[in-house]
Design a protein around this ligand. Structure first.
Ligand code: NAD
Ligand code: UDX
Length: 463
């Protein structure tokens, strides 16, 4: 089966970059990325490539070559569904904010809407690919919705979870550790569908890195991978607190254990806590599924990863307050970094939001600087927590486009994202501009302690 037209529903952080790379390596396939959000599609089509809706190093280069050739962004969802043989569902699957499973389960309403729409529109056979991260067994529901749509066409469901990390998405897509494809290899149609997707990836991914499994293993592997990665961060963060009490150094401990090839050195950087749209949501989902199946010990085990992350963010904020003589009321604090990690403009679930909220509750005045996150996004993030009124929040937030403006008269600088540019600042000049004693709270352990202490700073890091 040769695929000539692909449709991807959802032009977000996954749909946009993933389809750009598929289009880049398969110039004979027409790839159309569709979304309900007109503003987002307009931004993907903007002549000025600096206005693409997401910031990701290397994305502009790929989009500029493929867009208009075989890569298209459109709001015509039905048209793209009709003409394609393969449809990726790459819509958001946030944590439910209402009803049963509120605050835990994945909200699958957007996925279900896509399935119902595909069922209604399709006039020819389709391969439907789950690209969104979904609870194990979701493919069963999608299959049932499609089969009951009465269109009389055949649908094959594949699971093809995405493992890219933001900030390194283009590299992760170009040379993936593995591509995972879950499908039904018990039927001829199922086998053909799996092969069709394998063929698309084979145009740039070595065959040995393309893994095929049954659908349920594929769905569960995605949640498991995120749970394991997040668990490493919570594990090292839990020990950072022990280091602070004992005089051990978390950097030295990480290095020592990471050199054990059975443990490995990645994802052992202690921090103010993990953020991003995936880790918390996917673990909560795993906890919810386990509890629903009566596996309470399994649920509690994974829930502790979240508990530790919340504790890490919280104790970072409280440490600032404690060091600033137990009151930050009316004091200016410069916040460097709002994105949940460097090299992205995404701030979903960023630790910065929660640290800022705790400081605002203590009436600190925040001067925030981030190289990529917009001021409207920062204001949205704080207001979204609903801790106090928008009017009240406004009194405590000053968003700066120049980091040196953020430190004028500040009592402290808090580093909340590991942007490389923070390391290159003139810290001597910053010291001179701040109130004394001048504090630095480095939530990412990226600055040079000795250098800063020599300047005169009171430097605090994690662990
Ligand atoms: P996103 O919010 O950036 O994008 C989702 C897009 O889907 C939005 O633009 C939204 O308007 C659109 N959409 C929602 N319902 C729609 C519908 N019915 N029809 C058309 N468009 C619709 O989300 P994302 O970060 O790209 O994540 C998408 C999925 O991929 C999630 O399940 C997520 O867990 C998973 N994932 C994300 C990452 C990541 O790093 N962001 C990595 C791996 C997997
Ligand atoms: C994650 C997974 O890595 C990726 O495979 C999946 O597809 C989506 O979820 P992402 O959330 O984009 O990717 O970024 P990631 O690099 O995993 O970082 C997540 C958070 O953990 C960030 O806030 C980061 O700063 C933090 N982190 C990461 C640490 O605090 N310490 C580390 O050692 C690594």
């Amino acid at each position: 089966m040769k695929i000539k037209n692909i449709c991807c529903i959802g032009a977000g952080y996954v749909g946009g970059p993933t389809m750009s790379v598929i289009a880049q390596h398969n110039p004979e396939i027409k790839v159309t990325v569709v979304d309900l959000n007109k503003e987002r599609i307009d931004a993907w089509n903007d002549k000025n490539l600096n206005n693409l809706p997401i910031y990701e190093p290397g994305l502009i280069e790929v989009v500029s070559k493929a867009r208009g050739r075989n890569l298209f962004f459109s709001n015509d969802i039905d048209g793209a569904i009709k003409e394609s043989e393969m449809i990726f569902i790459s819509v958001n699957t946030p944590t439910k904010t209402y009803g049963t499973g509120k605050g835990m389960a994945a909200d699958l309403k957007y996925v279900e809407l896509c399935a119902r729409n595909i069922g209604k529109i399709a006039k020819s056979d389709k391969i439907v690919v789950e690209k969104s991260t979904l609870p194990v067994k979701t493919a069963e529901s999608i299959q049932s919705i499609l089969e009951n749509a009465g269109s009389g066409v055949n649908f094959e469901i594949l699971s093809n979870p995405e493992f890219l990390a933001e900030g390194t998405a283009m590299r992760d897509l170009a040379i993936p550790d593995r591509v995972l494809i879950g499908g039904n290899d018990k039927t001829e149609e199922g086998k053909k569908a799996i092969q069709a997707l394998v063929d698309i990836y084979s145009s740039w991914v070595p065959k040995e890195n393309i893994l095929t499994t049954n659908v349920w293993s594929s769905e569960l592997s995605k949640l498991t991978a995120n749970a394991f990665l997040a668990q490493r961060i919570s594990s090292i963060n839990s020990l950072s607190e022990l280091c602070e009490r004992t005089g051990a150094s978390i950097g030295e401990v990480s290095k020592a254990i990471g050199m054990d090839s059975r443990i490995g050195s990645k994802f052992l950087n202690a921090s103010v806590g993990f953020g991003g749209s995936c880790f918390q949501k996917d673990i909560l989902n795993l906890v919810y599924i386990s509890r629903s199946l009566g596996l309470n010990e399994v649920a509690e085990y994974w829930n502790q990863v979240i508990v530790m992350n919340t504790h890490q963010r919280d104790r970072f904020a409280k440490n600032i307050i404690k060091n600033l003589y137990n009151t930050v009321s009316g004091k200016s604090i410069a916040i460097f970094g709002w994105a949940f990690k460097k090299d992205t403009n995404d701030s979903r679930e960023s630790a910065a939001i929660y640290v800022a909220d705790t400081l605002i509750s203590e009436h600190a005045i925040l001067n925030i600087y981030d190289p990529k996150v917009s001021s409207s996004q920062m204001i949205f993030d704080i207001n979204y927590l609903n801790t106090r009124s928008e009017f009240e929040n406004k009194k405590y937030l000053n968003i700066k486009s120049d980091p040196y403006k953020a430190v004028e008269g500040a009592h402290a600088v808090a580093i909340l994202t590991e942007w490389d540019e923070f390391k290159t600042y003139n810290w001597k000049k910053i010291y001179q501009m701040m109130k004394k004693p001048a504090f630095i709270f480095d939530g990412r352990n990226i600055l040079d302690k000795d250098h800063l202490e020599e300047i005169g700073f009171n430097y605090n890091s994690i662990g």
